[in-house]
Write a protein that binds this ligand. Structure first.
Ligand code: B16
Ligand code: MG
Length: 192
């Protein structure tokens, strides 16, 4: 049988951290007088931290200096990390452990392909690190999703052709990235 690579996104697929990203971004938005709704938050899923701030500023039609942007990015991440302090395996989304264990038992290649720069501490806190043969995250890539770099890097390290890679993703940008990369994409989440 041809070897396959199973590549998992993190936020929204393995753990529900989108709610913490939302709380942290909403604080910044409120400070800036922007009404940041859960619907707006959908625009940030799978999107890098820097691009997320730009989207929020565009929503509020705000021009900001590099200095202010840097300050808000640090504030957002500090706040976000404070929500992760007590994170443990109870935050793993339903169905994740059985599928990871199934793939491990079948000796399939498992990778993480996440835009997050906090991916490794999250995998450690949830006890999932040992399942992953390869981890590619926001610290490793130059181009954010929908650029396929994160997934192509994972399949390359695993020495598996993109057409033999299956990507599990919750974001539009991530599905686009997998499709542009010539991989099979599986959307996770609600239909609407
Ligand atoms: P960080 P994923 C993405 O993770 C999130 O979906 C997105 O909302 C977030 O802005 C991005 O990571 C960067 O996260 O601030 O932790 O570096 O879905 O690609 O696993
Ligand atoms: Mg995601």
């Amino acid at each position: 049988m041809t070897s396959k690579a199973f590549i998992f996104d993190l936020d929204g697929v393995i753990v529900d951290t989108a709610k913490y990203h939302y709380l942290a971004w909403r604080k910044i938005a409120t400070q800036l007088g922007i009404d940041f709704t859960p619907e707006n938050n959908e625009l940030l899923k799978g999107v890098s931290r820097v691009r997320s701030l730009d989207i929020i500023l565009e929503l509020g039609k705000i021009n900001a200096s590099l200095e202010d942007k840097t300050k808000w990015l640090i504030q957002k991440n500090t706040d976000y990390l404070s929500y992760l302090v007590d994170m443990d395996e109870s935050e793993i989304l339903p169905g994740v452990l059985p599928i990871l264990q199934f793939l491990k038992d079948k000796k399939q290649c498992i990778a993480l392909g996440s835009a997050s720069k906090n991916a490794r501490p999250i995998l450690e806190k949830t006890g999932l690190m040992a399942y992953f043969d390869v981890i590619v995250d926001g610290n490793d890539v130059t181009h954010a999703k929908p650029n396929p770099e994160v997934f192509l890097m994972a399949s390359k390290i695993l020495n598996i052709k993109p057409e033999h890679a299956i990507v599990f993703e919750d974001s539009v940008a991530g599905i686009q990235a997998a499709n542009i990369g010539g991989m099979t994409s599986i959307g996770i989440g609600n239909e609407s």
